[in-house]
Design a protein around this ligand. Sequence first.
Ligand SMILES: O=P(O)(O)OC[C@H]1O[C@H](OP(=O)(O)OP(=O)(O)O)[C@H](O)[C@@H]1O
Ligand code: HPA
Ligand SMILES: [Mg+2]
Length: 180
Amino acid sequence: MIAQDIEKVLLSEEEIENRCVELAHQIEADYKESGDTPIIVGLLKGSVPFMAELIKRFEFPCEIDFMSVSSYDGTESIGDVRILKDMDLSCKNRSILVVEDIIDTGRTLVEVKKMFKNKGCLDVRCVTLLDKPSRRVCEIEADYVGFEVPNEFVVGYGLDYNQKYRNLPFIGVLKPEIYQ
Ligand SMILES: O=P(O)(O)OC[C@H]1O[C@H](OP(=O)(O)OP(=O)(O)O)[C@H](O)[C@@H]1O
Ligand code: HPA
Ligand SMILES: [Mg+2]
């Protein structure tokens, strides 16, 4: 039913799952080399499906936690990143892997990285399912990127439009009449 609101599918479930396996191997190799036990921190809510897909492939020791920050209202960034729910675990002297669904303007990641550094984390990296570099207003890149996407508002696999469509198992572009 909700799939009827999708104009085109950009990334199928299979493509996303295959890419998650590749990303997990790359991340695992890096953490094995460093010997760290990172805290994998999912940014709620968009990261949930991607984080679940990714972490089940990790064979190295890690802990998981979640944070909720908010910067979006509808399809526009309002440029004000607020912490709605903080982590439960202490992150001082720990390595952090932030899990994001998308890096768009980059404001969220800039603020979140700053916050982790201020809390005394040893190392802060980020893995994002999607990267939309054409929208960047801050100079920031994720350490691991699933896919680069064009400048279109995408939904599914955790990504929402007004809190809906997160449960689609693929990434798609909404029909313009849905948000216009
Ligand atoms: O690079 P930016 O321009 O800062 O945008 C990216 C952020 O915006 C979205 O979060 P949102 O605030 O919509 O929360 P959600 O995950 O609950 O949808 C998305 O999940 C990223 O966290
Ligand atoms: O394209 C997007 N879709 C959903 N949420 C988002 N947050 C930033 N960019 C997007
Ligand atoms: Mg959102």
